[in-house]
Structure formats: C-alpha cells, structure tokens
Design a protein around this ligand. Structure first.
Ligand SMILES: Nc1ncnc2c1ncn2[C@@H]1O[C@H](COP(=O)(O)OP(=O)(O)OP(=O)(O)O)[C@@H](O)[C@H]1O
Ligand SMILES: [Mg+2]
Length: 461
C-alpha cells in the first residue's frame, strides 16, 4: 500500500488525517514543517505528498517547488483555506496535482488521493510497458512524436477499451475533438455511433431536449416525439464538448445519466436505459468553475475519472516539423498542387512561433501557404503568422498606446469591467452565449459576473 507524507502544522488536523488515511490502509509519515517534510522525503520512500499551503517557516508553495525539483513525478496535493484560491491556482501552476479547500470532508481527500495514485500507477505502467517493448504509439492521422503527446496516446490506448468516463482538457485547438474520436475508434464500441454535442453552441433552452429528447406534446411545437443525443448514442460514445458551459439545471440530470445510465425524455414518464461511454472536454479550468459554484462538485468527480490533458503546441514544439509535413501532404493533395516541402527559413518561422491557436492555427496557416506557394516548396514569404498582440486583435481602439487605451477618467477597473459586460450584452442583443463569446468568457463565467453586478439571470428566449 502507498505511503503518504502529510505536512500540516496544526496538530489536531494532522492527527485526523493520519488516522483516517491509516484506516484506508495507507502508511503515513507526518511533518509539522516543510523543512522536516523534505528530510523525510530524502530518507523514506513516499508515493504522495499532502501538504498545507500555510506553514511556519518555509511556505507550502516553496515546499512544493522543492519537492518537484527533487522528484517531478511525485503527486503533491495541497490543502488551502477558503479565501486563498489564488494560492491554490499558483500551486497548480507550480505542479501540484490537485488541491482541496478547507474545510473539506475526509471523503473528498480520500477520493483525490485514490485518483492521484491511480493516475501515477497508470503513468508508471505505461512507461515500463513502452520501455519493455520499445513501443511507440501510432494512430492514424495523429502526429505525436514528442514524449508529452506519446503519453497522451498511451493513455488513450489504455483507456479506450474500458467504459471509463474520460475528461479531456486543453486549450482551444490542441486536438480534443481528435482525441475523443480516437478513443471511440480504439474502443469496442467502434461500430456503434459517435455522437458529439457542444454545450456552448446550443442555446440553454434547447440543450435539454437535444440531450434527453422529448415526447409528443411535451411543449408547444413538439408535434412528434424525438429521441435525444443520449438515446442516439446507445451502444456508442457520447462526446460532451465544452462541458464547463453545461447549465446548472442540466448538471443534475447529467449526473444521473453518469451514475445510473438512465433518464426520461422531456414530458415522458418512461425511464430509458442506455449503454453509453462518456467523453467530455473543456478548455477552461473546471476547478475555477467549481470554486465559483457554477459547476457541481459531484459531477466534476464523476467526469474526472480518467483525466487526459493535451499540452498546448508551444509545449511540444518538436512535433511542429512533423505536423507541417502532415498538413502539407494533406493540402497539396486536396488542392492538386505539387508541393514537395518547405524551406528551412520557413520552417524556422513556424518553429519559433508561440501558437496561441495551437494545432488548428498551424493547420490553417499551412493550408493558406499551400495556396500561396508558387514554387515546389513553401517559402518564408508564403507564411502569414497572426502576430497581433494577444487579446487586442478584435478591437481596433485597443491598438493605440497605453495612454489612449487606459481606463477612462475617474473609473475604477471594476466599473469599467461592469460597463464592458453591459456593452457586450447590448451588442449581443441580450443573448448571453453570444455576449460571453464577445468577451472571451464561458457562459458560466459571464453568468457569475452578471450576478455580481446584479443583472438578473433570466432564461434566454
Ligand atoms: N496531433 C495532431 N496531429 C494531427 N492533427 C492534429 C493534431 N492535433 C490537432 N490536429 C488537428 O487540428 C485541428 C484542431 O483540433 P481539434 O478540433 O481536435 O481541437 P480542439 O481541442 O477540439 O479545439 P476546440 O477547443 O477549439 O474545440 C483539427 O483539424 C485536428 O485534426
Ligand atoms: Mg473541439
């Protein structure tokens, strides 16, 4: 059984954690300071670290950094009091695997510890298997030479044949759709349907009937019965994209589907049972949504059974040349042009770029370059990188110098934000999804801000 190092300066809390974790069969080591924690780590075999953020002497964050420097693979779970969420976010950036907010339940801690140890075991097994076989994962149409993308494929291969729910995380354009489909294709459900639903694209009032279907007469206009996506996905995979935008009212219903694999159509009384595999994706930090209370915690844990996080392109630049070749072949073929490759200067431009739009952006740029190319090779001049300062592209007023784009006289940042949000709502004609897009926020994040400035949350029509 695994050994857990607990670092906590409050004796009662320390004792409570020790007793409860020992109850579950873990062996524990305890320290009341970070300094002592590091000593234990240096001498004993420890599988997971559970540490308070606030410690006397060396802080929890410094401790985390020191642990990660010594052994990057060891999972560290941080405990932090309400009101210090920023610190928790900081901790995640520094490599913490997860965090819990005090006061927490022991069950919550146990769940997180079990999950972290399981993820670590999977990684370790993957690594050993790969080493033993000298194996490289290769999936059709997926470029993944870098270690981080190989890790993603290894997890896909391992999890695909199971029925486990998968939660894909990663910035826009990193390949979440692609990986969701790969999971389906490598599963035993491959001959069943793959049904995708984008929770942001569908207006909130239609989402429920889209997902669950309806009976004839369930509402005005329901002249015939219609099955929902969950029914259509029977014996297959359902892909819930942008899960962070799932409205609160539907989160409860989704939780039931995940737990019981059953639901009723709108206006129906018959319980429908389905055999589905759920893959969800998000490009936002769901933990922040948990904190703001816009995403249910129980749902989060049901979804986050096997988390797969897809790295941004700038974090695996060694894949860029392979991706470029892959896309040149594809677009040369579809455009009927003979393009043999790319000049070293052009390739350097691509490798040096920071790719805010990730693989999708690279794909678009190669498509355009193939069209532009007049010779047999793509040249630097054929490549048009979007180098507008991030965040400012859409707003021509914002391209001036700081003096002209600063806060209007006498306005606080909060008042200005308030004004921007109201302006976005107006431009979007009151449609919150569209307003959220204008602001680069998720619908839930917008809803949270609206409630803060006192705009009532009416259902959209
Ligand atoms: N590793 C890869 N190899 C080949 N093609 C890739 C790879 N990663 C992404 N792509 C391609 O990049 C494009 C964007 O990928 P995808 O739509 O899966 O991203 P996403 O993470 O779902 O984005 P969003 O968050 O905007 O929905 C797709 O055309 C996909 O095929
Ligand atoms: Mg997508």
């Amino acid at each position: 059984m695994a050994t857990i190092l607990i670092v906590e300066d409050e004796p009662k809390m320390l004792r409570l954690l020790e007793l409860n974790l020992a109850d579950d069969g873990y062996s524990t080591r305890a320290a009341t300071t970070a300094e002592n924690g590091l000593k234990i780590l240096a001498s004993d075999k420890v599988d997971l670290v559970l540490s308070d953020v606030k410690l006397p002497g060396m802080s929890g964050l410094e401790f985390l950094q020191a642990v990660k420097r010594a052994n990057a693979a060891i999972p560290v779970v941080m405990m932090t009091a309400y009101g210090t969420v920023e610190t928790a976010v900081e901790a995640m950036k520094d490599g913490a695997s997860d965090f819990v907010l005090k006061p927490f339940s022991i069950e919550e801690i146990k769940l997180i510890i079990r999950k972290e140890l399981e993820v670590r075991r999977l990684h370790e097994e993957n690594r050993q298997l790969r080493e033993a076989l000298g194996q490289r994962y290769q999936f059709e149409n997926i470029v993944a030479n870098s270690p981080s993308m190989q890790e993603v494929l290894a997890t896909v291969e391992q999890v695909a044949p199971t029925n486990s729910t998968v939660l894909l995380g990663g910035e826009s354009g990193v390949g979440k759709d692609m990986i969701a489909r790969a999971i389906h294709q490598h599963s035993r459900r491959v001959n069943g349907p793959f049904i995708k639903i984008n929770c942001t694209a569908i207006p909130e009032n239609l989402l429920e009937s889209e997902l669950f279907g309806y009976e004839k007469g369930a509402f005005t206009g329901a002249v015939t019965a219609k099955p929902g996506k969950f029914e259509l996905a029977d014996k297959g995979t359902i892909f819930l994209d942008e899960i962070g935008d799932m409205p609160g009212s539907l989160q409860v219903k989704l939780l039931r589907v995940l737990q019981e694999r059953e639901f009723e159509r709108l206006g129906g009384t018959k319980t429908i049972k389905v055999d589905i595999r759920v893959v969800a994706a998000t490009n936002q930090d769901l933990r922040a949504a948990l904190e703001q209370g816009t995403f249910r915690e129980d749902l989060y844990y049901r979804l986050n059974v096997v988390p797969i996080s897809i790295p941004p392109l700038r974090a695996h630049k060694q894949d860029i040349p392979y991706l470029v070749d892959h896309f040149i072949k594809r677009f040369a073929e579809s455009s009927g042009k003979t393009i043999e490759g790319i000049t070293p200067e052009a390739m350097k431009l691509l490798v040096d770029f920071h790719w805010p739009g990730n693989v999708r952006e690279l794909e678009n740029i190669i498509e355009r370059a193939v069209v532009m190319a007049s010779g047999p090779r793509i040249e630097a001049g054929d490549i048009r990188l979007d180098v507008a300062p991030s965040g400012g592209q859409a707003n021509s007023q914002a391209t001036g110098n700081l003096a002209t784009m600063f806060l209007p006289e006498g306005m606080t940042l909060e008042q200005f934000e308030d004004k921007l949000i109201r302006e976005a709502l107006q431009r979007a004609g009151g449609n919150k999804s569209q307003a959220a897009r204008l602001l680069g926020l998720s619908r839930n994040a917008l809803r949270y801000r609206l409630s803060k400035i006192g705009v009532p949350d009416e259902p959209e029509s």
